[in-house]
Design a protein around this ligand. Structure first.
Ligand SMILES: [Mn+2]
Length: 399
């Protein structure tokens, strides 16, 4: 039996207002081909199907468009919800998708047994525990007046207990069968990129790889966008996102993991995903960046998206104007500038503000904005506590 593990599709994602649906559509074309040529029996999507809890109509259309193309491939699908997903949105079509060989676990169900699926192909049987992103309410009873570090500790314990009960259920009902656990969480040591929410308390409550225990033969994780095998554990993997979702992911080769199961033996094969688009960064003086842009050639199917960082010694109105013009004039068939920054080593007095000119509010996370505001007040006594309190507010608002 062959299983394909992927995660973090983030359908509907925009990178600096640039829609990435074309990138995903090319990935879906490629994925459908792989499913057919590799004869994949089961597709696992480990959370963050959508980028937003309330996906746009075009994001929903793309999702259902992909699922429709899967019908008739004889490949079963199991989809779980991530921290970006709304459990209710994913679960709404659950009943009808069930008839189409597509199972969905949007959020933690009432009974652990509802996470379990059994898939059979000839002599091979595999059991899947489709654990979605675990929210605070799923794993912890909140108490008034608790400190931030208490809360983190309780979340960590709660996650550990939850996965222990998954293993208990497996041992009681399916022991001896090949066992795959899905999850959407932050396991320590993994690489966190800038497109991932730095404000998730879940991020801070990172757990260690051993919490999955001895029972699973493979753990199919989502949440970290860089493909990653958790060291010191047996077969605990992040497949990573299929496309680059931020400039910090620009050098990553994206992949899907193909798991071949023979009896209880699991072999993991990594399939690199072709790059449909390059994200590129150019840094230097204005002249140097101009030259680099001029010499850039397109090597992918989709136009490249660029970040430009111009560093000049002295603040100067002319340079500022040229910089603005560079952005508006440069867009070409090869390249589109979507992010830019202008730095001066020596600033004109009074011109410096909390943020460098050239930074758009859209590029600043709520947390960064809060930290800047704190800096303006000088040395406040309770900075760390204020930051933690702000994190908690953001988490509760799900921003
Ligand atoms: Mn996530």
């Amino acid at each position: 039996m062959k299983i394909l593990h992927t995660a973090d599709w983030h359908i509907g994602k925009q990178l600096h207002k640039m829609d990435l649906s074309e990138d995903l559509e090319l990935f879906f074309d490629w994925l459908l081909k792989v499913i057919s040529t590799e004869q994949i029996d089961l597709l696992l999507v480990s959370g963050d199907v959508f980028d937003q809890a309330n996906p746009s109509q075009s994001a929903l259309k793309q999702y259902y468009g992909f699922l429709k193309r899967m019908i008739g491939t004889h490949c079963k699908i199991i989809i779980t919800g991530g921290n970006h997903d709304s459990a209710a949105v994913l679960n709404a079509p659950k009943a009808i998708l069930g008839f189409l060989n597509i199972d969905v676990v949007g959020g933690a169900p009432e009974a652990i047994s509802e996470l379990f699926f059994k898939h059979t192909k000839q002599e091979t049987q595999v059991v899947i525990a489709a654990v979605p992103f675990l929210r605070d309410k799923d794993i912890r009873k909140a108490a008034a007046g608790e400190s931030y570090s208490d809360k983190i500790e309780q979340i960590r314990d709660g996650i550990q207990r939850y996965f222990a009960s998954v293993n208990t259920h497996y041992n009681a009902h399916f022991e001896g069968l090949c066992f795959i656990v899905m999850g959407h969480l932050y396991v320590q040591g993994a690489h966190v990129s800038e497109s991932m929410r730095d404000i998730q308390i879940g991020n801070q409550a990172s757990v260690k790889g051993h919490i999955f225990g001895e029972a699973p033969n493979y753990v199919a994780l989502g949440h970290i966008h860089k493909p990653y095998a958790v060291s010191g554990t047996k077969q605990v993997h992040y497949s990573g996102s299929p496309i680059a979702l931020s400039f910090s992911e620009k050098a990553e080769v994206k992949q899907v993991n193909v798991i071949t199961i023979t009896g209880k033996t699991v072999a993991v094969n990594i399939l690199p995903i072709p790059q449909f688009r390059h994200l590129v960064a150019f840094e230097g003086t204005l002249e140097s960046v101009k030259t680099q842009l001029h010499h850039y050639t397109l090597k992918t199917q989709l136009v490249s998206l660029a970040e430009i960082i111009v560093n000049e010694p002295n603040e100067n109105v002319q340079i500022r104007q040229d910089f603005d013009e560079l952005q508006s004039d440069h867009d070409s068939d090869a390249l589109k500038i979507i992010k830019s920054k202008l730095n001066f080593t020596n600033k004109v007095r009074g011109a410096s503000e909390a943020f460098e000119p050239g930074i758009s509010v859209a590029d600043v996370t709520p947390m960064e904005m809060f930290e800047k505001r704190l800096q303006l007040d000088g040395n406040l006594e309770h900075t760390e506590e204020l930051k933690n309190a702000f994190r908690q507010i953001l988490e509760e608002l799900n921003l």
